[in-house]
Design a protein around this ligand. Structure first.
Ligand code: SF4
Length: 477
């Protein structure tokens, strides 16, 4: 901890989890672009989601006002985050829950593994959660001999396929139905050999597989879409009902939540529960909204733990121009409209947060030098801002992060050296005259030498004129 911000320690994460890949974005994108099947799957899926979203957003006459309300709520929440988190902790504790604070991925994983062991369990069922993906919880639990079963259908496909998620909302978006059937046939011992790729058949096979896990697991792990500070209530929204099974059946519930997910009041949910389903799945209302506050004797989990995760978030909050990346409600609308994401898919970004929001969030969470190519993974077309339900100005933030990267680079850049040389030359008339004389030599250089070949590979180098302005002026008067 090196400094404080808004009374909170600014924490640079030590164990950041799954926020960077092994390759830079351009390299990974080149590989992805060569995969035609991937591009077909992505093109089909993003076109479908975009059309659904546009239809339901068009039905809401005050959509822009809702967006403005969402933006304002998030900004005011960030301005008093320490106070709201303390209030949340008090309310959760009053209602029988336990709150843990985790500085980074390693700490969060340690806390969860210890809690699972304390509950006497060697397996957990999981609700789809970006926070647990971010910290690499499944891998950390596996290293401790604890099996983590994903119960969201798309996450299950990714897990059984020994794959990585490539979209925030639809982690298996890069797979088509035939590929999914093949994974189920290979990895689920109970499925019939004549399983087809018909969606209902695939869903029934997953249901059968998961039902046994729901009934036997003692511990569930979830994320949270929102946490209400004034009441201590946690909220998870989902489409399949698997989340509700996890949140109600096991005896112990552990929720891992990024600290930015807190909202001040119960009534704030009214805004976000309208913005989120329309922007994400293109639905008017999400089919399942689960809300819980601490524990209720005789009803649902009897032990509840809330792990509040920093993992670089306080460092993001300290940057005035970058902090609105924390306003994200993980709807994934910006991914579905992004021309870069649509062609490369999510794996090229290296982080569990792909697409436009990943390009601004991941480098800020890890430190820019560890994800230096991501702020350049954009055409700056602005489609992400138009789609974002909480009006995050991603294009401006990308430009800001590019500038930060240039400033952070060690040693003077070629641009900085040439600008310093120009400044030296232009600060004295005599030096400038000398430089003009050298321009004549430059004409020869530009014609005869190959020294500038790298620079001119993608740029035109204008040839210096035969006569300088001063010579022309002198001859004229
Ligand atoms: S940045 Fe906006 S559009 Fe993108 S996932 Fe977050 S809330 Fe959705």
């Amino acid at each position: 901890m090196s400094s404080t911000f808004l009374g909170m320690p600014v924490v640079a994460p030590r164990g950041v989890g799954q926020l960077r890949g092994d390759e830079s974005f351009p390299k990974a994108a080149r590989t992805a672009l060569a995969n035609e099947q991937l591009r077909r799957n992505l093109g089909h899926a993003t076109r479908t989601i975009r059309a659904k979203r546009a239809a339901v957003v068009g039905e809401v006459p005050d959509w822009e006002q809702l967006r403005l309300a969402g933006e304002a709520l998030k900004a005011s929440t960030m301005a008093r985050l320490p106070e709201l988190l303390t209030q949340l902790e008090e309310r959760v504790t009053e209602r029988g829950g336990t709150v843990h604070w985790a500085r980074d991925a390693n700490e969060a994983n340690r806390i969860v593994a210890d809690l699972v062991k304390k509950a006497g369990a060697d397996e957990v069922v999981k609700v789809k959660s970006m926070a647990t993906q971010e910290i690499g919880l499944n891998e950390a639990l596996e290293a401790e001999g604890i099996a983590a079963w994903e119960t969201d259908l798309a996450e299950l496909i990714v897990q059984l396929g020994h794959d990585k998620p490539s979209h925030i909302l639809v982690p298996a978006i890069h797979r088509n139905r035939t590929e999914i059937r093949d994974i189920f046939l290979r990895e689920m011992p109970s499925v019939p050999a004549d399983l087809t790729d018909e969606p209902r058949q695939l869903a029934m096979a997953a249901r059968e597989h998961l039902r046994r896990k729901f009934l036997s697991a003692k511990v569930a792990v979830s994320g949270a879409n929102f946490a209400v500070a004034e009441t201590g209530t946690l909220a998870v929204v989902e489409s399949e009902g698997n989340g509700r099974m996890c949140l109600t059946l096991p005896r112990t519930l552990i929720t891992v939540m990024g600290i930015e997910k807190v909202v001040p009041a119960w009534t704030d949910l009214e805004v976000f529960l309208q913005l989120l389903p329309r922007s994400s799945t293109g639905e008017r209302m999400n089919p399942y909204t689960s809300l819980w506050t601490g524990v209720t004797p005789g009803d649902g989990p009897q032990e509840f733990h809330l792990v509040l995760l920093d993992n670089g978030r306080t460092a993001v909050l300290a940057d005035e121009a970058g902090r609105s990346a924390l306003h994200c409600i993980r709807c994934s609308a910006c991914l579905n409209v992004c021309p870069v994401y649509e062609r490369t898919g999510g794996h090229a970004y290296g982080s569990v947060y792909p697409g436009p929001i990943g390009a601004v969030l991941s480098p800020q969470l890890t430190g820019i030098k560890d994800n230096a190519s991501l702020p350049y993974a954009s055409s700056l077309c602005g489609a992400c801002f138009d789609a974002c339900p909480v009006r995050i100005d991603i294009p401006s933030m990308l430009v800001h992060l590019r500038a930060r990267r240039v400033e952070e680079k060690k040693g003077p850049s070629p641009e900085a050296i040439s600008m310093a040389a120009m400044s030296w030359v232009m600060s004295r008339p005599g030096r400038f005259r000398g430089a003009e004389r050298l321009l004549g030599l430059g004409r020869l250089v530009s014609r005869r030498t190959r020294l500038l070949r790298g620079w001119t590979a993608s740029r035109d180098l204008p040839r210096p004129p035969a006569q300088t302005f001063r010579d022309w002026w002198r001859n004229r008067t």
